[in-house]
Design a protein around this ligand. Structure first.
Ligand code: GDP
Ligand code: MG
Length: 205
């Protein structure tokens, strides 16, 4: 794990809009990368960190604020999709169901989607909603990588044991493990690795 500051990595970001449904989002031929995860996992913070902008995505102490698919075009090369958080327990079942339908519709129908990054809170033991999201992605053959967040919150041993614990859990059910990244927006760790991966995957298309 190395410290990485994404200075000048991304020059230009244009906001394409917020869309309540994927069916009305503008189509694009650019490779698209989506960011999903439980509410409060640190998604907005990570997106702002990756893009080196303070307020690209709304960061909030109140979970579940982002209810739309937000699209950003990055350096005219790729599209960043900021998706609503899933599995937040304090929302009603009905609202949660609506959100997961929206996320699923996006993941199933966005033709230019290359990879979805599933954000995992590195502080906690494997959560049912994350495991369920991963299971669903596997079943639908949607490519994904894992991004462990908030790495600064733990001592290295604890971080390692949590990350390995999560991966070990996946090994029980899968032959092949997904790519994973370890990040901290607060500690500015891991952005270059994620951005390099996006570059690499975009170039090999
Ligand atoms: N210590 C620490 N806190 C973080 C980090 N990323 C996010 N947070 C905090 O976690 C909370 C939720 O972050 P946010 O980005 O809004 O999560 P989202 O709901 O997934 O978009 C906020 O209080 C953030 O300040 C991180 O890397 N380290
Ligand atoms: Mg957010």
């Amino acid at each position: 794990m190395s410290n990485s500051i994404p200075n000048n990595r991304i020059n230009e970001i244009s906001f394409l809009g917020s869309f309540p449904r994927v069916s009305i989002a503008p189509k694009s031929n650019l490779p698209e990368f989506a960011f999903i995860g439980r509410s409060n996992v640190g998604k907005s913070s990570l997106i702002n960190f990756l893009c080196d902008r303070k307020k690209l995505a709304k960061t909030s102490g109140t979970p579940g604020k982002t209810q739309m698919v937000n699209l950003f075009e990055v350096d005219q090369k790729w599209i960043l999709a900021d998706l609503p958080g899933y599995g937040y327990a304090r929302r009603s079942k009905k609202t949660r169901a609506k959100w997961s339908v929206m996320i699923e519709q996006y993941l199933l129908n966005r033709d230019n989607l290359i990879t979805a990054f599933i954000l995992i809170d590195s502080r906690v033991s494997p959560q049912a909603s994350d495991l369920e999201q991963i299971r669903w992605m596997g079943e639908k053959l949607i490519p994904f990588s894992l991004i462990f967040t908030k790495a600064d919150k733990m001592k290295p041993e604890e971080l390692n044991s949590n990350v390995n614990g999560f991966l070990d859990r996946l090994k029980e059910n899968y032959d092949q493990l997904p790519n994973h990244f370890i990040t901290s927006s607060a500690g500015r760790i891991g952005a270059n690795e994620v951005l390099n991966y996006i570059d690499f995957v975009s170039k090999t298309l």
